[in-house]
Design a protein. Structure first.
Length: 90
């Protein structure tokens, strides 16, 4: 099966359960978390997550909406890795 990935970013005021809510939302959609980096900067939570979407059961727009519902006070972006790579190519 082809390797399909997406990049999820989450930023906002730090609170309990952000990583748990986002990773559960990904799992519920059939996406597997491959890598995560996160930090808290002066009270703001910042996370970048790479997910495997080869078995995803929804489209990326719906995944984004579902993740936003799980962490409503956060800014969530979901982007296919091909688009992410193209945007960040020098």
């Amino acid at each position: 099966m082809k390797n399909e990935r997406a990049v999820v970013t989450v930023i906002g005021k730090d609170q309990v359960g952000i990583l748990a809510n986002v990773s559960t939302g990904c799992a519920d959609a059939g996406a597997n978390v491959i890598e995560v980096t996160q930090s808290v900067l002066d009270g703001y939570f910042c996370m970048i997550m790479v997910i495997d979407i080869a078995q995803i059961t929804t489209d990326l727009d719906m995944l984004k909406k579902n993740l936003e519902k799980r962490v409503p006070s956060m800014v969530v972006h979901v982007m296919h890795q091909n688009i992410f790579d193209s945007m960040h190519r020098i």
